[in-house]
Ligand binder design. Structure first.
Ligand code: TRP
Length: 472
């Protein structure tokens, strides 16, 4: 849809739905609960929420704004805008970083979405009915230890994604988000009732909302910030591309708030569903990437109409992942079309094949190559800084993209929009009252960049290192 004359979203609602479709995905239902569990609960959630409000929201507005003003693929948009405000076309690198980040994220995203797909027939055939926690765990382990199965589902998911991308994003996407997102939401509400019924609901809520700062590490803070970018689809040009189809009249601020609100709501609902089930069954909060695949089947296996709801749930999860994965690869595809002057179909096939190949790394990191790990620890007199601990290829990819590339992309967006873009342009694009404009400018100029930089330095152990030197 970016080749030839540019289409636009048919209404503001459609843009909000598409952006929400991009934002709400595995990040909310799969990743948020498991990284919350790995980082000890409440304190992590609080920092994540702070990051959404003070970094995520203003950067989302900035990214949509750049996209709409540029109306091209991220690389060309950044070059064009840099030129317009008299800066170096090296800003195109920002677009590049995004194209690569999206490509890398999709390579593992597709594998995990494949797990969700694999659970659809399992649910439909009542595999989990009456199983206990250990038995459910076995079903999951058997899936991930089988590389051929994972490759099969990964291929299928990626094929579905690239089919939509090849056709041009808008047609299919608009329909998918209009009907399926509300259904997913309704199912989450049904599951909340199940979670309340476990008798451990308050324990789950307490775990999520009662911050215990002794449980969080500097790396946990980095993960919370990285996840704020990940879950809002920020920092890599996805939302920039969506913004490029946005009609001029639409309020960017209102749309951003709506998207961030819905995205956060879905993540919190998912947490309030998963943790009561974890506690009710004495499972581990830190079970890692398998968490929802070990908890939700327990719920479905033990509730009335569990087969029906369970099947529906995983179908909807696959759709949520689908609308997200499209936005992950759209920047790369538009860029390939433009650079190599080939058709959208060819560009989709080539890009899809490369993502598929890259995805094999993640596939094997759960089985054949699960012992192939790296660790990186910095020791100072202030303690040890664990940057990566026994990280598999999947962990490494996830860390590199969510914790480094997205915040870095976000930082560059904030700096560009806040400091370099002429304020007459940003004012005109945002079109909000002077009070809100100043607040936005303050957040993108100071708060967001400073927070990203401090969190980076902290997690790298650099601040502790400086303290050691100063105190010595
Ligand atoms: N936000 C999506 C999720 O939470 C994932 C995603 C889609 C994404 N597009 C993105 C993450 C762009 C980072 C950048 O599942």
């Amino acid at each position: 849809m970016s080749d030839g004359k540019r289409e636009q979203w048919s209404s503001r609602l459609v843009f909000i739905l598409a952006a929400t479709g991009s934002a709400v995905g595995l990040g909310n239902i799969w990743k948020f609960p498991y990284i919350t569990g790995e980082n000890g609960g409440g304190a992590f959630v609080l920092i994540y929420l702070l990051c959404i409000a003070s970094i995520g929201l203003p950067i989302m507005m900035a990214e949509i704004m750049l996209g709409r003003r540029g109306r091209e693929d991220p690389v060309s948009t950044m070059k064009k805008l840099a030129k317009e405000s008299g800066h170096s076309s090296a800003w195109g690198i920002l677009g590049w970083l995004g194209v690569i980040a999206g490509f890398l994220i999709l390579s593992y995203y597709s594998v995990i979405a494949g797990w969700a797909m694999a659970y659809v027939p399992k649910m439909a055939s009542a595999t989990f009915s009456g199983l206990n926690a250990t038995q459910v765990d076995t079903v999951f382990s058997e899936l991930v230890s089988n590389p051929m199965l994972l490759i099969f589902w990964h291929s299928l998911f990626l094929f579905l994604t690239m089919t939509i991308v090849a056709k041009g994003v808008r047609g299919g996407l608009e329909k998918a988000v209009t009907y399926l997102m509300p259904m997913l939401f309704i199912l989450l509400i049904i599951l909340i009732f199940y979670a309340m019924d476990t008798g451990y609901f308050m324990q789950g809520v307490h775990y999520l909302f009662n911050p215990d700062f002794s449980k969080i590490s500097t790396d946990g803070v980095l993960s919370a910030m990285g996840h704020a970018f990940f879950t809002l689809s920020l920092g890599m040009g996805a939302i920039m591309v969506y913004g490029s189809y946005l009609p001029n009249k639409t309020s960017i601020a209102q749309a951003s708030i709506a998207v961030a609100f819905m995205d956060t709501l879905v993540a919190l609902l998912a947490g309030m569903i998963i943790f009561p089930i974890v506690f009710a069954n004495s499972l581990e909060t830190g079970a890692g990437p398998g968490l929802i695949f070990k908890t939700l089947p327990l719920a479905f296996g033990n509730m009335n109409y569990g087969t029906l709801f369970g099947t529906l749930f995983f179908v909807l999860l696959v759709f949520a992942a689908w609308t997200s994965s499209i936005s992950l690869i759209e920047p790369a595809v538009t860029w390939v079309i433009k650079t190599f002057k080939i058709s959208r179909l060819k560009a989709s096939i080539i890009t899809g094949f490369l993502v598929w190949l890259m995805g094999l790394m993640t596939v094997f990191s759960f089985n054949l190559a699960s012992d192939f790990t790296i660790s990186s620890v910095i020791s100072t007199t202030h303690g040890e800084f664990v940057i990566l601990k026994n990280a598999t290829a999947f962990d490494l990819l996830d860390y590199l993209t969510s914790n480094i590339m997205l915040p870095l992309g976000g930082l560059m967006i904030a700096i560009y929009a806040g400091w370099l873009m002429k304020s007459q342009y940003s004012r005109a694009e945002l079109d909000i009252s002077i009070f809100w404009y100043r607040l936005w400018l303050f957040l993108v100029r100071y708060i967001a960049p400073v927070m990203v930089i401090v969190v980076f330095l902290n997690a790298m152990g650099i601040i502790a290192f400086i303290r050691t030197v100063v105190e010595a």
